[in-house]
Design a protein around this ligand. Structure first.
Ligand SMILES: Nc1ncnc2c1ncn2[C@@H]1O[C@H](COP(=O)(O)OP(=O)(O)OP(=O)(O)O)[C@@H](O)[C@H]1O
Ligand SMILES: [Mg+2]
Length: 460
């Protein structure tokens, strides 16, 4: 094999072929693969689309166009911004719009990570824009502070809508905004509220997404005070806050003073129909078909999470295309689950993973699967009753499952005032990982998986 160059696009010479034929049979497949790569433009993976989202024109297969569309059709790492891809949530959206429009309330949307809060906010913003609202969207960060956040918001509101300036005033004509009226000292909720009270002829929605990320207590307090201030003065500015939280008080402190002024909504899990709509929207966008069993698998595995649904559909679509098929079948969903598990593993500390894997390997996965199911249904924190209902099992079996996992240090008790002791997995990502691992092992690659309660015999 002297002089072999994997980057050269040349067919092997006669002498090289003779040499290949003379090799012992175990080496032959390796040499064949080496030649295949040598003839394959270097064989290294390439990007299929250019930075401007055009097909790169080389290295593509007959499904390159479908692949490109697939990327847009299922976006597990991004919120949905395109209305055509936004599935379900009609009731949530309708309720929020009514609260804003009819009751003139401020809105707080809360819920678990990946449940679809930001996507909902995007669609709500579009609806508000259509109704000529001025919409200011801000994503909060650890260092968010009142002055910066609301100065930036004021800069989006034209002076034209300030009752003290006529539309023909010089300031209005040169495109000034409310920010131009702000004092140089740090902005207070009262000052910003005063300014908002002078607005006329428009309505403003100020959206503060990822509100849970803001670490400053004074920022949260000032926002609560602003809500109170705006409500008392029938202002034309309404706030929409969104963030990860199991309940409202976890997200918004000082809630007693503003409870009457806000409409709070926990973004629920998606129904099976809504998850199916994610699949159907993606099929339409990507020119790809999910056979009915593959669709049923996605619904079963997603358990109401739009994030998991997008992730599995994305991987399953690519798995089908890799096999030269434009129809996704259950086997592709199974391989998507394998890939998702690999991804989740990277996000969870190794000791907890090892523990879980050991229980699976020992065939003691029922306690894990049943508790994971309850955790996923209850946004992470659950009690024995939740395990009972999620799995349709007896109280005794649910209690056994808890004891096994507390003993294994995979569940921890959560302090609270509830009558029943509540628990959470020691790592946030564990319920999803466990559920995927359960699906991976129980997923008959030809038929939809049976629920753990139905397959569970006894909790080991
Ligand atoms: N209505 C929907 N239709 C289709 N896909 C959705 C929908 N809602 C959310 N998704 C998908 O679910 C995933 C999570 O959505 P999103 O980012 O909106 O959730 P989030 O609650 O804001 O998450 P986080 O708590 O991490 O901020 C994304 O992949 C998004 O594409
Ligand atoms: Mg978000």
């Amino acid at each position: 094999m002297a002089g072999w160059n994997p980057f050269k696009r040349k067919a092997p010479t006669k002498a090289a072929r003779a040499e290949t034929q003379a090799q012992p049979s175990i080496v032959k497949p390796l040499i064949r693969e080496a030649h295949r790569r040598a003839n394959d433009a270097g064989g290294l993976p390439r990007f299929n689309t250019t930075a401007s989202d055009q097909m790169s024109g080389r290295g593509g297969d007959r499904f390159s166009a479908v692949r490109a569309k697939l990327r847009h059709a299922f976006t597990p790492s991004q919120p949905v911004a395109d209305r055509r891809l936004f599935a379900g949530r009609d009731d949530v959206l309708k309720t929020v719009i009514r609260a804003i429009e009819d009751q003139r309330l401020h809105v707080v949307l809360y819920g678990e990570r990946g449940i679809g809060k930001t996507s909902l906010l995007h669609v709500l913003s579009q609806a508000a824009n259509e109704a000529r609202y001025i919409v200011v969207y801000t994503s909060c960060g650890a260092n968010s502070n009142f002055d910066e956040t609301f100065r930036a918001a004021a800069a989006e509101i034209p002076l034209l809508f300030h009752s003290g300036f006529s539309p023909t005033a010089a300031e209005t004509e040169k495109g000034s905004t409310l920010a131009d009226l702000l004092p140089s000292e740090p902005l207070s909720p009262r000052k910003f509220g005063d300014l908002c009270a002078k607005l006329t002829g428009t309505r403003v929605l100020i959206i503060l997404d990822e509100f849970d990320r803001a670490e400053s207590g004074s920022f949260r307090r000032d926002v609560a005070e602003l809500i109170k201030n705006l409500s008392d003065r029938l202002g034309r500015v309404q706030l929409v806050l969104a963030g990860v939280a199991a309940d409202l008080t976890e997200l918004v402190e000082h809630i007693p003073s503003i409870r009457r002024n806000i409409f709070a909504l926990r973004v629920p899990k998606m129904s099976e129909g809504e998850v199916m709509q994610i699949v159907a929207n993606g099929e339409r966008e990507a020119d790809l078909k999910f056979d009915s069993q593959a669709g049923a698998f996605v619904v079963e595995v997603a358990r109401g999470s739009p994030y998991i649904a997008n992730l599995i559909c994305h991987h399953a679509g690519h798995a089908a295309l890799d096999q030269g098929r434009a129809t996704v079948s259950p086997v592709d969903v199974a391989s998507a689950v394998d890939r998702a598990i690999l991804e989740f593993q990277g996000r969870i500390p190794t000791p907890a993973q090892t523990q879980v894997r050991r229980l699976f390997d020992q065939g003691r996965q029922d306690a894990l699967a049943m508790s994971a199911r309850a955790a996923l249904a209850a946004d992470g924190v659950f009690d024995g009753r939740d395990i009972e209902t999620a799995n349709e099992i007896t109280a005794r079996k649910a209690q056994d499952a808890i004891e096994v996992l507390v003993g294994e240090r995979l569940l921890r008790p959560v302090q609270g005032e509830d009558v029943n002791q509540r628990y959470a997995f020691v790592e946030e990502g564990l319920p999803t990982l466990i559920w995927m691992m359960w699906a991976q092992r129980n997923l008959n690659r030809e038929a939809p998986p049976a629920a753990p309660a139905r397959t569970a015999t006894a909790v080991s």
